[in-house]
Design a binder for this molecule. Structure first.
Ligand code: SF4
Length: 112
């Protein structure tokens, strides 16, 4: 009987340990799936003048900028996969860009 008691205790301890590990594994998976936000300091971002807030673009320095344009109006922005104000951009594979961002590769979405 005492052997059964020990086995049951060991089993319960094992279950508790296993359950404790589940959230950690889940968090690890979730963060691995979320693409990183493109940093303005990223060399690829700098090359295209990417900025997180299009309202802060200096038109005197960015001749290509047209007032009111931003990533969520760009054909390269994948709106369907956007979440929390960030979405993938075909110009920066594996990263997300801000919906209100902008870069020199901006191409207006086709009307319609
Ligand atoms: Fe934004 Fe378009 Fe530049 Fe991508 S290519 S960062 S969606 S403006």
């Amino acid at each position: 009987m005492s052997q059964f008691h020990l086995s049951r205790r060991a089993l319960l301890r094992g279950i508790a340990t296993g359950l404790a590990a589940v959230p950690a594994l889940h968090l690890g998976t979730a963060s691995a799936q979320a693409p990183a936000k493109l940093a303005e300091s990223d060399p690829a971002a700098k090359a295209l003048g990417y900025i997180e807030d299009a309202a802060k673009v200096d038109p005197a320095k960015e001749a290509a900028y047209k007032k009111g344009t931003r990533c969520d109006g760009c054909a390269l922005y994948m709106s369907a996969q956007a979440k929390d104000g960030y979405g993938p951009c075909a110009a920066f594979p594996g990263k997300t860009v801000a919906a209100k961002g902008w870069c020199r590769a901006f191409a207006a979405k086709p009307a319609g």
